[in-house]
Design a protein around this ligand. Structure first.
Ligand SMILES: Cc1cc2nc3c(=O)[nH]c(=O)nc-3n(C[C@H](O)[C@H](O)[C@H](O)COP(=O)(O)O)c2cc1C
Length: 284
């Protein structure tokens, strides 16, 4: 699948890649009300990766339902909406509105955005915060609920267990790692709000480690992501225990990377005499 925030609504990429060849497209972060996002600059390249502080810029769930959904609903893949919010009620209301959209089979709940009602902490960094959002959403959302975990925690396995206990159908990880880059001539951060989220190959070893820990801790399926550029990278996540993968930052370099990774996994399996991808999932 393509990772949220890195592949727009899919349609923007239709000239470059056959969208029906992608397992799923996870669209931009969507919130109950429109969000402006942060001031520029909000992206900076770093060694083997990038930092961003886009800040969930989007026009809100009603705009999505009215204007974007009709454009994407007939794309022959799994169109999944990434849902964000600033309180459990906010998340639940947004999820309920997406539930009404027939051709969206799942949501991915982004529980690593700032929590304005709770002193600026992110929901996803405490078991209680994560559980409270999933509990509220589960009451109002009937389809497949994937919960996207924050890596900015000490023990990601316990957060995964907390959301599993509240009825998550799956977890995906990782979201970006908090980072910072300073322009020493200007003596200030390269990003408007100071810090940003690190993604790309630089985060992959952290992501693989976390997928491995979470896959052992829960009984629900795990979606792995963070720094995947090639089929070999994706296979690391599968061997760590993920049953599916997402690709984010790599789309900025090659919009067709998802298809190439998919084909590359199949080639690798053939070369190694594996009849099914199941043979490598969780082998480590
Ligand atoms: C520009 C940008 C925007 C992003 N926006 C979102 C978002 O709206 N919601 C979300 O859950 N994750 C968002 N992410 C995080 C990615 O979906 C992904 O979790 C992360 O980048 C790690 O994967 P990667 O290394 O393959 O990019 C964003 C990442 C980038 C680079």
């Amino acid at each position: 699948m393509t990772a949220s925030g890195t592949f727009g609504y899919g349609v923007e990429f239709a000239d470059f890649v056959p969208l029906e060849g992608i397992g799923g497209i996870i669209v931009k972060g969507t919130t109950l009300n429109p969000r402006q996002g942060n001031d520029y600059p909000r992206m900076v390249e770093t060694a083997k990766g990038m930092l961003n502080c886009v800040g969930l810029q989007n026009k809100g769930v009603d705009y999505f339902a009215e204007h974007i959904y009709p454009e994407i609903k007939d794309i022959d893949t799994n169109m999944i909406v990434n849902v964000s919010g600033s309180s459990p009620d906010d998340y639940a209301e947004c999820a309920a509105r997406v539930d009404a959209l027939e051709r969206i089979p799942a949501i991915e709940l982004n529980i690593s955005c700032p929590n304005v009602k709770d002193g600026g902490m992110a929901f996803g960094v405490t078991c209680q915060g994560a559980a409270s959002v999933v509990k509220a959403v589960r009451k109002r959302y009937s389809k497949t609920l994937i919960v996207k975990l924050s890596p900015n925690v000490t023990n990601i396995a316990e957060i995964a267990r907390a959301v599993e206990a509240e009825g998550a159908d799956s977890v995906s990880l990782i979201n970006t790692l908090m980072g910072m880059s300073i322009d020493i001539e200007k003596r200030c951060s390269r990003l408007s709000i100071g810090t940003g989220g690190l993604s790309g190959p630089a985060v992959k070893p952290v992501a693989v480690r976390m997928v491995w820990q979470v896959a052992k801790a829960v009984n629900i399926p795990v979606v792995g992501l963070g720094g995947i550029m090639t089929a070999e990278d994706a296979i690391e996540f599968l061997m760590a225990g993920a049953t599916a993968v997402e690709i984010g930052t790599a789309n900025f370099i090659d919009p067709a990377v998802t298809i190439k990774v998919r084909d590359g996994i199949n080639d690798w399996l053939d070369r190694h005499g594996c009849k099914s991808v199941q043979e490598i999932i969780g082998v480590v």
